[in-house]
Design a protein around this ligand. Structure first.
Ligand code: GLU
Length: 293
């Protein structure tokens, strides 16, 4: 983090409006607000709504209502990712110009079938940190003419990062600065663990990794405070920042709240939904206590 960032810290809370907010979101939003206040910094809100089928204006309105009720005051205007697809496309084009992307044609079902046949042949297939199989190397191996033909005939395709090539451009090992343990630590980032990540889909014209990286830079975010479930994704974000010459924020991955069975809270768990808790008479102070702040 450079001196200017230290003098002007910028925090952001970045929910996806694809369901009602729950206590896990409250923890993240309140922690961002507390840390921004403690650092004398700004607090931004970003709606990560690139998934045009699952994200709805209704969920956004209810999220804004919940956050206001919690007493959180975000700078206006709220950034909406769905309004910035051309910006993400420009970044994608830059990576393509560097020779780092390729069109990917396999459906989820085809990937599953490929992995099954590898494993039936006794070859174990690597999984990413979220447990999903890495994308097979078949599309990357297509000749230029085969690729052209597939582009003409395929219904749809995604664009993926050629991880191996991208890593070969780096001059030194990737790291990130993490403060989630309470100490400032410089940790090794391992984007290779994710394989050839998706950068662009035909149905959601961007990807989480690309848009989050571009927006954090565009909004001048200096401190990314988010759940521990995104800890490993940071490696991909650091890689994209490096390839696209974007500044490096400090990361703080906080604990996750779990349900009685020890599972991460999800948007379908009604009993931890902020709207339900509020309707049942909880106050914002109760929510703060419930999330352990
Ligand atoms: N939109 C992501 C989510 O709701 C969070 C992204 C981030 O904080 O980097 O899980």
């Amino acid at each position: 983090m450079n001196a200017a960032a230290r003098q002007n810290p910028v925090f952001r809370f970045a929910p996806s409006p694809n369901g009602p907010l729950h206590l896990g979101h409250a923890l993240s939003a309140l922690l961002n607000a507390d840390m921004a206040r403690g650092a004398g910094g700004r607090l931004l809100l970003r709606m990560e709504d690139i998934d045009l089928t699952r994200c709805t204006p209704e969920f956004e309105i209810s999220a804004l209502g919940d956050l206001e009720w919690l007493g959180l005051d975000f700078e206006q205007p709220v950034r909406r990712q769905s309004e910035h697809f051309p910006l993400y496309r420009k970044a994608l084009d830059r990576l393509t110009a560097l020779g780092l992307t390729y069109p990917a044609f396999m459906t989820r079902g085809e990937v599953r079938a490929f992995v099954r046949s590898e494993e039936e042949a006794g070859r174990s297939w690597p999984r990413d940190p979220d447990g999903a199989p890495l994308y097979p190397p078949l599309d990357k191996a297509l000749s230029a003419s085969e690729r052209r033909e597939r582009l003409e005939t395929a219904d749809r395709h995604a664009i993926r990062l050629d991880m191996e090539k991208a890593l070969s451009l780096l001059g030194k090992p990737l790291t990130f600065v993490e403060t989630g343990s309470g100490k400032v630590e410089t940790l090794a980032a391992d984007p290779a663990a994710w394989g050839d990540v998706v950068l662009w889909r035909s149905d959601a014209p961007s990807s989480y990794h690309l848009s989050v990286t571009i927006d954090d830079a565009k909004q001048g975010v200096t401190h990314v405070v988010r759940g521990r479930d995104l800890f490993h994704a940071t490696a991909v974000h650091r890689l994209l920042q490096t390839l696209l010459d974007l500044p490096e924020p400090v990361y703080h991955h906080h604990r996750l709240l779990t349900d009685a069975q020890g599972r991460k809270l999800s948007k379908s768990d009604g009993d931890t939904g902020l709207a339900e808790l509020r309707a049942a008479g909880a106050s914002p102070a109760d929510i703060r206590a419930m999330v352990g702040l």
